[in-house]
Design a protein around this ligand. Structure first.
Ligand code: GDP
Length: 463
């Protein structure tokens, strides 16, 4: 390692201790003091600044540790391998004879939800070595079908001819199998998200901090290829915006989602994280403008944000938001708008969103495909990352905890904890699978449990 790297590492170590010296000293003093309110605010501001400095330093480590180029190359190589395997699976030498999996795109939900439906089908196809056939006639976004807007997911095999179709689960090795929606599968196969292929895992974990969403992003990369006309429409809208970095993406999901599937979040909740991002960035560089790309299905948000935050430059298209607001949501026009928003969000340096929305999660999954590691480039105001219909998501205790201090539960090193969510206050909620006790867990004492599944290794495809 270089001298610069070692100095940085020592600086982070030393400044972590300095943070603690500061907090313990100031809070210790405060116990006996009057006028606490103002003083507490001053301490919080100081701690926030010290935290930003630590994170900023830590984020420079991978650029200086000597593996920066290696990570970039490895990420590109593994992605390329996955894409070639999918291409191989989707283009069998004899389509008529190939084993197939049928996926019906008649799910009555939004585009993010439908994309995730295809992702689920493609993972299923990859796991069972079947060519995926997408049935999309009468599709709600374009009645002519998926292939009218996007390139087909196969160059050479897009029909099951008139072979007999058997509904999954199948008791024998049927040639053509049709898949139900993920929500209505009773016994979920272990290869479904958040599992990743065992043969690729040792490579992915070395460059990416969230392999499950990286893997899902690879499926999207294969699926989502707009045809020339659609790409042209997207490019034209994008060309009108003055997109430049640094830029933070904000996704605000309102209308039908609020009150049914998610809580309402005020613009200032999003902007607090945008401010934190820029305050941190300004520790090490000058920022010409605090740009925000705002994507939303609420027609009033953009104007409201510009009024409330004049010190920020908001990019976004009010007409896209207007089209996205419920009644015209499922038209070809709204699809163009949504693809623009998804593309722009995924190009941002950082996004602030709600992972309860599939649009927010798709944007993050796309980010995972356009850089080496996006796992620290987002903040979700509500849920942690998940895939709708996924298998259980566990964390593993890396230290023991004696519960009871603040409704926290007891666990021992190695215990598996089924996760319900993170409260973003240092604690999450979960159930210790050994003791069956549910409660709060100090997040820092646990680590993500990555599920590895022995997917086929596609040895026919060169490494
Ligand atoms: P979810 O309901 O948020 O989980 O995601 P879905 O994609 O399933 O459905 C939401 C639909 O609302 C999308 O498909 C879009 O039609 C629309 N929508 C939501 N947020 C946005 C946004 O930021 N921009 C645009 N253009 N449309 C959005």
């Amino acid at each position: 390692p270089t001298e610069e790297y070692e100095n940085l590492r020592r600086r982070i170590h030393s400044n972590t201790k300095e943070l603690w010296y500061y907090v313990s000293h100031e809070l210790g003093k405060l116990i006996h003091e009057e006028n606490k309110e103002e003083k507490i605010q001053a301490i919080l501001d100081q701690v926030a600044d010290r935290k930003r400095s630590l994170i900023s330093d830590e984020e420079k480590l991978p650029e200086l540790d000597g593996y920066h180029e290696w990570r970039q190359m490895e990420a590109a190589n593994v992605s390329d391998l996955v894409q070639r395997r999918l291409h191989y699976l989707q283009n069998p030498p004899d389509c008529r004879e190939a084993r197939k999996l049928i996926c019906n795109l008649n799910k009555g939900c939004g585009f993010g939800c439908q994309l995730h439906h295809i992702v689920y089908c493609l993972i299923f196809a990859y796991a069972t070595e079947r060519t995926l056939i997408l049935n999309s006639k009468g599709w709600r976004y374009n009645t002519k079908g998926w292939d009218y807007v996007f390139y087909p997911i196969s160059d050479s095999c897009t029909s099951a001819y008139d072979d007999k179709v058997v509904q999954w689960p199948v008791l024998y090795d049927a040639k053509v199998v049709s898949l139900p929606f993920i929500d209505s599968i009773s016994q979920k196969p272990k290869f479904l998200p958040l599992a990743i292929p065992k043969d690729l895992a040792p490579r992915i974990v070395r460059f990416n901090g969230d392999p499950s969403s990286w893997w899902i992003g690879q499926m999207l990369k294969y699926i989502l290829k707009p045809r020339v006309a659609m790409q042209k429409a997207i490019n034209e809208t994008i060309a009108k915006m003055n997109f430049k970095t640094p830029i933070v993406g904000v996704h605000i999901r309102r209308t039908d989602k609020v009150g049914t599937e998610a809580a309402f979040h005020h613009i200032h909740e999003y902007m607090a994280h945008v401010k934190d991002y820029y305050d941190q960035l300004e520790l090490t560089r000058t920022v010409d403008a605090r740009r925000v790309y705002l994507a939303t299905d609420d027609a009033n948000v953009l104007e409201d944000a510009r009024k409330k935050y004049p010190e920020y430059t908001f990019l976004g298209d009010a007409s896209i938001a207007k089209t996205a607001a419920t009644h015209r949501r499922y038209t070809p026009l709204s699809l163009t708008g949504l693809l623009v928003d998804l593309h722009m969000l995924s190009m941002c340096d950082y996004i602030v969103c709600t992972f309860s929305s599939q649009v927010g999660r798709v944007a993050y999954e796309m980010m995972q495909t356009n850089r080496v590691d996006a796992s620290n480039s987002f903040f979700s105001l509500d849920d942690i990352y998940y895939f709708g219909g996924q298998n259980a998501h566990d964390r593993v205790a890396v230290m023991s905890n004696t519960g009871g201090k603040s409704q926290d539960i007891s666990f021992e090193t190695g215990d598996r904890i089924g996760i319900a969510g993170n409260h973003w206050n240092g604690y999450g909620r979960g159930t210790n699978k050994r003791t069956n006790v549910n409660g709060l867990i100090p997040w820092y004492k646990t680590a993500d449990h990555l599920v590895l599944y022995p997917f086929p290794e596609y040895k026919q495809v060169p490494q």
